[in-house]
Design a protein around this ligand. Structure first.
Ligand SMILES: Cc1cc2nc3c(=O)[nH]c(=O)nc-3n(C[C@H](O)[C@H](O)[C@H](O)COP(=O)(O)OP(=O)(O)OC[C@H]3O[C@@H](n4cnc5c(N)ncnc54)[C@H](O)[C@@H]3O)c2cc1C
Length: 250
């Protein structure tokens, strides 16, 4: 059921130089891992047909369903270049309240159906996958979960410590990072990066997921270009359309 209610920021964290996460507390919200809320920013949208309309943006719920039932919702917001609301949200303060409407969306993890999942994320596209992984941990699910998380540089990796802690306690979950802006100098120099380098491609996918992809469900989230390119690679690898689930942020 879709609800609208006020939620107050009870904690916040600077995750990376351009991303802040915050936990908002309010009424219990029943949601599935991967759904999103519409956050209403208390301003008016000057570009909208109706200038009195409040400004709303979609944000994936980064926390698991269990926290939602307690009335806690975590969001993580990455500032978009020349973005409006994502920039304002970088500077919000504790105790600020926002109206949230939701939950919405079908980009959901269904533990009964999805037993072996591969999550392909880029940038803030980690948010729904943080929710999937939190549910797997909280409910002690046996779902086999592999996250391949692409970022430009090491400092852009959102939730890195949380992800590493989670997989160290959850034997059926694994995380692999890849950086797309590692220079030749980084690779040849003092840099001690032990993750992968370069964009996710078919070689990386089969190396990390094995050659038999037929029983897996693939979830893709991030900017439109990333989602498009991952879909193409998966289809070229013979993965069926039914196995591919995606949500794009732009
Ligand atoms: C289902 C869903 C879930 C999402 N979840 C998340 C999430 O968890 N975390 C997250 O960070 N984001 C998420 N997003 C994206 C989020 O909803 C916003 O789109 C994002 O925060 C940017 O909003 P903004 O107001 O800052 O940018 P806007 O002001 O709306 O601008 C967005 C981009 O468009 C460009 N732009 C704006 N106006 C124009 C114009 N007239 N012409 C050309 N270009 C223009 C800007 O330069 C900017 O790069 C999600 C989106 C969807 C659809």
């Amino acid at each position: 059921m879709v609800n609208t209610a006020e939620y107050k920021i009870v904690s916040m964290k600077q995750e990376t130089p351009d991303t802040v996460s915050f936990v908002l507390s309010g009424p219990s919200l029943e949601h599935q891992a991967g759904q999103f809320v519409m956050l209403e920013y208390p301003g008016k949208d000057a570009n909208a047909k109706d200038p009195e309309k409040a400004v709303k943006r979609a944000y994936s719920i980064a926390s698991g369903p269990k926290r939602g039932r307690w009335g806690d919702i975590e969001l993580c917001v990455k500032e978009m270049p020349e973005g409006w609301i994502s920039k304002l949200l970088q500077n919000v303060t504790l105790s600020t309240s926002f109206k949230l409407q939701g939950p919405f969306g079908r980009f959901v993890f269904n533990p009964k159906e999805h037993k072996d999942i591969v999550m392909l994320g880029a940038g803030s596209g980690i948010a729904p996958f943080a929710s999937y992984l939190e549910e797997i941990r909280d409910e002690k699910l046996e779902t086999k979960a592999c996250l391949i998380f692409s970022n430009k540089t090491e400092e852009d990796i959102i939730y890195r410590k949380w992800l590493n802690d989670l997989v160290s306690h959850c034997q059926n979950a694994e995380v692999h990072y890849t950086l797309t802006r590692r220079t030749k100098e980084d690779i040849e120099g003092e840099d001690v990066w032990i993750g992968k380098s370069g964009r996710i491609d078919s070689t990386m996918l089969t190396h990390l997921c094995g050659s038999d992809l037929s029983k897996k469900d693939f979830f893709i989230c991030g900017p439109l270009v990333f989602v498009k390119s991952m879909k193409e690679i998966l289809l070229e690898l013979g993965v069926s359309k039914e196995q591919v689930h995606f949500e794009s942020y732009g």
